[in-house]
Ligand binder design. Sequence first.
Ligand SMILES: Cc1ncc(COP(=O)(O)O)c(C=O)c1O
Length: 359
Amino acid sequence: MKVANSYIFGIKPYVPGKPIEEVKRQLKLKSVIKLASNENPYPPSPKVIAALNKTAGNINRYPDGGCFVLRQVLAKHLKVAENQLIFGNGSDEIIILAVKAFVGKGDEVIIAKPSFLIYEIAARLAGAKIHEVPLKNFRYDLQRMKAKLSKRTKIVFIGNPDNPAGTYINAKEVEDFMKTVSKDTLVFFDEAYFEYVDAQDYPDTLKLMGKYPNLMTSRTFSKIYGLAGLRIGYGIGRPEVVDILNRLREPFNVNSMAQVAATAALSDQNYYRRIAKEVQQQRQYLYRGLEAMGSKHETSFTNFILIQVKNANQTAFALLKRGVIVRDMTAWGLSNYIRVSIGTASENKRFIKVLGEVL
Ligand SMILES: Cc1ncc(COP(=O)(O)O)c(C=O)c1O
């Protein structure tokens, strides 16, 4: 078939995880748990459910294309101006908009390897030359990233913390890096797991935007806020950067259920603080379980953990047969790692027990 855009064939299609119901049917299992997509295992706040019920009767109307109410509430929550915000169909869309806005054919994009897959997919689609800089001990190697900067570099993507490693770069490292980057290169900080980070030296990128006009940040309602199924995320940048992205955005890119759910979620911070605490405690529980069986793992600042195994493919399949879905990281070039999302206390207990049997 003739296609206009030849670089499409350079893109590996995203392979989604198997849905729970399908795994149950295929493997004839009664109970299956999914610890594969870094979702929040808890339901959204009751305030979110109530807001959704109230809105359901109005979905004959188009959504508010400007996210008027949510914009006000979020701007106040983040202490930024309303024109510093852009909303997307998940933060994925913000990443894609940034590439569409700033990257043309033959331009250069710098990413880490392994890293969140959408950076590479979006850059390939734009026909960019991609510099993949390997992680060093599962952390960003900013020195090598610096060495790749050139006049043609349009975006540097920094997942902070990134997926799949779960590690972060600190405030000093960010400042040292930003100082060396041309103002014509956008440095895109993806903070999808921001609310899970419990580190004193984590950078405040919203503050840094005052000093560095070429810095922007994305965050999401998919992770801690548990709205992955509704698809809503946002970007924060200087008004002039946000204005550029906004011109490319589809008028109704964020649906009305997502907008009311996100607004209600922001009003129940206590609920989500409890979840963050619970995830941090469960992370420690999983570390103890893994260490007790001699399994090596990375230290994570997110709601997932990268675990070393002999053979990722075999381990993931053995776990699947026992009703536990995890991510086999072979497609990320990590054929001896699985990635496990932190579930509820009972899910994590079951995972540790089953992993012990499998190993
Ligand atoms: C690092 C990172 N960024 C962004 C996203 C995308 O999140 P969203 O659901 O907001 O599109 C994910 C989701 O897994 C992620 O791991």
